[in-house]
Design a protein around this ligand. Structure first.
Ligand code: KIV
Length: 272
């Protein structure tokens, strides 16, 4: 692992708040298992998200709404074991926190206890502010998620940019509500860049953007998108590919198959 940039000491929320104060950008990536968590932490990624996007890219469900608490907990525990000094955030799955503050706190404490994650994330703006307040009172660190919220894809009538024109004021109100409720960080998903920049400047908590332009404090991508490991046919406009893991893995598998079929593998040096 020489030459790697593993954060030298544990990353805390306060470190990310300090980075915001100094105008220093930082990076978040999703992770769903031990090996990728180790790799991303070793690359110096400050923050790992055990996203409920695992529903799509790990479990092959059509939407994030199918993933269960158990399915999240097993992945989260593996990520935390590999995360080193990176701060680990985990999503509260759909259906496990909306009904009441009590349900939300019960779910979040169970998830943190079972995984060791540092922070929980939940989707929604003003409507979810009471849940954020309850989580803070229970002593948990909380990340809000506003703008496009995938768990509400049906309610939002599809994958759409949020906060355009008339709905900009709703996004302003949502950001203010989650901040006042005590959110330690906020994700802005699919928000016009100028609005995201305005709200990031007004928000005391670090803001992480995905499809929200360059004016947020940090960026997050689903790692399969970042490294081009396709788990479906759709590619969002906000994604940039920084690798070609899918093609590399397919080529490695084809080479392996050829070597087995031709008897070239295993060679004498692989044999006891
Ligand atoms: O689940 C996830 O991966 C997310 C990111 C897209 C922010 O919530």
């Amino acid at each position: 692992m020489s030459g790697y940039l593993t954060p030298k000491k544990k990353v805390w929320v306060a470190d990310l708040v300090a980075k915001k104060a100094h105008g220093e950008k930082w990076a978040m990536l999703t992770a769903y298992d031990y090996a990728t968590a180790r790799t991303f932490a070793a690359a110096g990624i400050e923050c790992l998200l055990v996203g409920d996007s695992a529903a799509n890219v790990v479990y092959g469900y059509e939407t994030t709404n199918h993933i269960s608490l158990d399915e999240m907990a097993y992945l989260g525990a593996a990520v935390v074991r590999g995360a080193g000094n990176a701060l680990v955030v985990i999503d509260l799955p759909f259906g496990t926190y909306e009904a009441s503050d009590e349900q939300c706190v019960r779910t979040a404490t169970e998830l943190v206890r079972r995984t060791g994650a540092n922070m929980v994330k939940l989707e929604g703006g003003s409507r979810i502010a009471p849940r954020i307040r309850a989580l803070k009172q229970a002593g948990l660190a909380v990340c809000a998620h506003v703008g496009f919220t995938p768990q509400s894809v049906d309610n939002l009538s599809g994958f759409k940019v949020q906060g355009r024109d008339d709905s900009a004021d709703q996004l302003r109100a949502d950001t203010e509500a989650v901040t006042e409720a005590g959110a330690d960080m906020a994700v802005f998903e699919m928000v016009p860049a100028d609005l995201a920049t305005e709200l990031t400047a007004a928000c005391p908590a670090p803001v992480i953007g995905i499809g929200a332009g360059a004016g947020t404090d940090a960026q997050v991508l689903v790692w399969h998108d970042m490294a081009d490991f396709p788990a479906g046919d759709h590619r969002a406009r906000f994604v940039q590919r920084f690798g070609s893991i899918g093609a590399d893995l397919a080529a490695a598998a084809a080479d392996y198959k050829r070597a087995v079929h031709t008897g070239q593998f295993p060679a004498p040096e692989h044999t006891f």
